[in-house]
Every structure is written in C-alpha cells, then in structure tokens.
Design a protein around this ligand. Structure first.
Ligand SMILES: Cc1cc2nc3c(=O)[nH]c(=O)nc-3n(C[C@H](O)[C@H](O)[C@H](O)COP(=O)(O)O)c2cc1C
Length: 216
C-alpha cells in the first residue's frame, strides 16, 4: 500500500511531527510506503471559488485546476491508498494551513448534484491525528469537540471511512525559560510529557496499524 502523510504543524520536531513520524514508521515496518509532506513547506492558498471543478463539460470536472504546490499533491493523493493528516489545534480549530488545504481538497470532490455526491472514487481511508493543549475532560466541554466532529463528517461524506486520534495536554515547549506561562505549570507539563508522551507514541502506532488493517 502507498500512503500520504501530511503535517499541518509549522513545527517539524514537536508533538504533531513526532506522532506522524511514529505513524509513518509503523506503516513502513508493515511493508508500506509513505510519502510525507509538511503544508508549511508548500506554496498555496485556500479555495478561490472559481468553480472550474464544477464545470461538467471540462476535463477539470472534479479536479482543482489551480497550479500551485497542491496540484501535484492532489494527484499523489488520488493515486494513494490512504491519507494521514496531523494537526495542532489552534483556537479550538485545526491549523489555518490545514483549513486552506481542506477547502481545496474537499471542494473539488463535492459535486453539487441533488443530493450532493462525491467525485472521489474509489473511496479512500483517512486518519487524522490532533494534538492539543487541553486535557481530555476539558475537551468534552469545548468547541474543539464539535470542530473535530464536523471534520469527520465532511471527510466521511467525500472520502469514506475516517479515524481520529487525539493527543491531549501536549508539551508546548522544550524549555519554558523566559516565557510567560503562569496560566499553566511548566514543570508539570515537562514531567507529564516525559512519562505520557512515550505512551502516546505507542498508542499512535497501535491506532495506525489498526487503521492500515481496516478496509476503506
Ligand atoms: C496559535 C496557537 C493556538 C492554540 N490554540 C489552542 C487551543 O485553542 N486549544 C488547545 O488545546 N491548544 C491550543 N494550542 C496548543 C497546541 O494545539 C498544542 O501545543 C499542539 O500540540 C502544538 O502542536 P505542535 O507541537 O505540533 O506544534 C495553541 C497553540 C498555538 C501556537
């Protein structure tokens, strides 16, 4: 199988990147290939609403025609067996880069028929890994929960089955010296990270191995 992994975190060696790295390594150990991208290395904007992907008589039907760095990536995704996306939660939503990416990925595949249907065939499995500051209990009371639920709904209707992994109470910095961080407890953060993050890495390995075994 060939998978595409996409990081929507600007940091290349922190929580999201590490968990995605564990996912990639697990899939490779299981004899798959994984092509990895970081959205912050790519030049692109969100959907321009040009509707070229909705013109039935054109070869661009169901495809985004904008020739930026996402053009080839979308083709790579179409040729792949599955897509894994990792994102930090920013202001209770996914990162801005991921929102722009998803506008493009999703809209080209949304056919405005009655009822609406997906241009993406055959279906493809997707996995999302979310990392965030809040704990699992607080999460239940936040808008983030609804945002993730909406994300799952939008992705499911266009691509099919999707799975989510949430990593809570991530460590925001490796060093907190000189940083105003009294809202949280930096020492507690570092200590929790030391004991809990290895378990998170292991959990993601199990999560992605199960995802790989499941049908699209
Ligand atoms: C701009 C910004 C906004 C954030 N907003 C939230 C938030 O609303 N909820 C939350 O739980 N964490 C929030 N965080 C924390 C990050 O989601 C968390 O530290 C994440 O694990 C960072 O991922 P990274 O280590 O891959 O960069 C925010 C961080 C930044 C930089």
């Amino acid at each position: 199988m060939h998978y595409v992994s996409i990081s929507a975190s600007p940091r290349k060696n922190m929580n999201t990147a590490k968990l995605l790295g564990a996912a990639k390594q697990t899939l490779e150990t299981l004899d798959n290939t994984v092509t990895h991208y970081n959205l912050y290395d790519l030049n692109f904007n969100g959907c321009k609403s040009c509707f070229a992907c909705k013109k039935t008589a054109k070869s661009s039907y169901g495809k985004c025609i904008v020739k930026d760095d996402l053009y080839d990536l979308f083709e790579t995704i179409r040729q792949s067996d599955g897509l894994i996306i990792g994102t930090p939660i920013y202001f209770q939503d996914v990162s801005g880069a991921l929102r722009s990416f998803l506008e493009r990925l999703l809209f080209q595949n949304l056919i405005y028929s009655s009822p609406p249907k997906s241009a993406f065939e055959p279906k493809m499995k997707t996995a999302l890994i979310y990392t965030m500051n809040i704990g699992s209990q607080a999460y239940e009371q936040t808008l983030t929960k609804d945002v993730i639920k909406n994300m799952e709904r939008q992705i499911t209707r266009l691509f099919g089955k999707t799975s989510s992994y949430k990593s809570f109470e991530t460590n925001q910095l490796n060093k907190y010296d000189g940083i105003e961080y009294t809202y949280f407890n930096p020492q507690e953060r570092l200590q929790t990270h030391k004991t809990e993050f290895p378990k998170e890495m292991q959990n993601v390995r199990s999560f992605i191995a199960a995802w790989h075994r499941a049908d699209a």
